[in-house]
Design a protein around this ligand. Structure first.
Ligand code: 5RP
Length: 196
């Protein structure tokens, strides 16, 4: 079975959580399967709040109404993928660069269903470079602070987030305490968000 088949199976499993109302939708190739499947039951829902322009476009192409989070109120359900997960379901996200909006929609949702195939499960987070969204003028400053935290930040060149910012992918981290590292990175002036 291919990894794409596994991604589709993970997406299928999330469909049973969709009952009614407005669904929060993440970003990525696993979520793309979820969106395609959601199209088959779109009559059950009022619409979706999207975490990225690319997911919005895909949903619109299926005729799924895309709604503004400011008008939707709290959501029952958010469905999204992950780049890495440990057994405590602490995640690295942002491989697709949508981490800030993903974090916002997840935070506005009562339940987060993470759809990930087995290849994403690790003992220790950090093999996948940790994406950090950064205000462009702060790129070098934030990079220096990330080096002090033990990482090797690499600017994702030729990529701009939906919020007009840049991404630093932080290599060589062995993340023993994900919550503490998240807090430290979020406290760096100019770092918009890191998704843990
Ligand atoms: C995008 C994300 C994705 O959820 C993550 O990159 C997983 O992607 P895929 O399903 O393509 O493996 O965080 O910002």
């Amino acid at each position: 079975m291919s990894q794409d088949d596994l991604k589709r199976m993970a997406a299928e499993a999330a469909l049973e959580y969709v009952k009614s109302g407005i669904v929060g939708v993440g970003t990525g190739s696993t979520v793309n399967h979820f969106i395609d499947l959601l199209a088959g039951i779109k009559h059950k829902i009022d619409g979706a709040v999207s975490s990225s322009e690319v997911s919005s476009e895909r949903m619109k192409s299926h005729g799924i109404p895309v709604l503004d989070l400011n008008a939707s109120g709290e959501l029952d359900l958010y469905v999204d993928g992950a780049d890495e997960s440990n057994s405590h379901l602490q995640l690295i996200k942002g491989g697709g660069g949508a981490l800030t909006r993903e974090k916002i929609v997840a935070g506005a949702s009562r339940k987060f269903v993470c759809i990930a195939d087995g290849s994403k499960l690790v003992d220790l987070l950090g093999e996948f470079p940790l994406p950090v969204e950064v205000i462009p003028m702060a790129r070098s400053h934030v990079a220096r602070q990330l080096v002090k935290l033990g990482g090797t930040p690499v600017w994702r060149e030729d990529f701009v987030t939906d919020n007009g910012n840049v991404i630093l992918d932080v290599h060589n981290l062995r993340i023993m305490e994900p919550a503490k590292l998240e807090q430290k990175i979020n406290n760096i002036a100019g770092a918009v968000s890191v998704r843990r």
